[in-house]
Design a protein around this ligand. Structure first.
Ligand SMILES: [Zn+2]
Length: 172
């Protein structure tokens, strides 16, 4: 959060409605907009693919592959890039199906980011851990977990818990 106006250095800057900084002294208005983020449920015979987070927030908890959408990217482009970075896996955009979206807050360093999480699923028959090249700075391990063995408390984020519930209830 800004303690001083980034334009005029006034201490009177205010953060309003959980989204906008306004400075009464110079008129600055800055929207701390919701960021788009993607995540994907990857299913193979071995189960659903989860990644064990190796950094805060929620280090050691389970997450799905995905991440923030970068400027200039569509959601599928962002997810494809994250797949390559995190897993060394190339996912064709047509293999991805959007099935849910939930809001999330992602605390990182001094900021809390409001995100709009977009959840996709992808069937990856035959995929195993041996096919993955994990990004070791962010992920400590990959685990394929059968839906019946999944413990919701092990999942890092509420939005992911909700999405998994929706995913498992999909008519298939
Ligand atoms: Zn100002």
């Amino acid at each position: 959060m800004f303690r001083y106006c980034p334009a005029c250095a006034s201490e009177n800057i205010r953060f309003e409605q959980n989204k906008v900084f306004r400075c009464p002294d110079c008129g600055l208005t800055y929207y701390h907009n919701t960021a788009a983020a993607t995540a994907c449920v990857v299913r193979s015979e071995a189960g659903l693919l989860f990644l064990v987070r190796d950094r805060e927030p929620r280090k050691g908890k389970l997450d799905l592959p995905g991440g923030f959408v970068d400027p200039g990217e569509g959601a599928m482009d962002g997810l494809r890039r994250e797949f390559l970075e995190e897993l060394g896996l190339d996912a064709a955009p047509e293999a991805l199906t959007l099935f849910a979206s939930f809001p999330n807050t992602y605390p990182y360093k001094n900021f809390s980011y409001n995100t709009c999480d977009l959840f996709f699923y992808m069937d990856a028959p035959g995929l195993t851990e041996a096919d993955l090249r994990l990004e070791k700075s962010e992920i400590s391990a990959a685990r394929f977990i059968k839906p019946e063995d999944l413990v919701p408390e092990d999942i890092a984020f509420e939005s992911v818990k909700k999405a998994i519930r929706v995913y498992l209830a999909l008519p298939r």
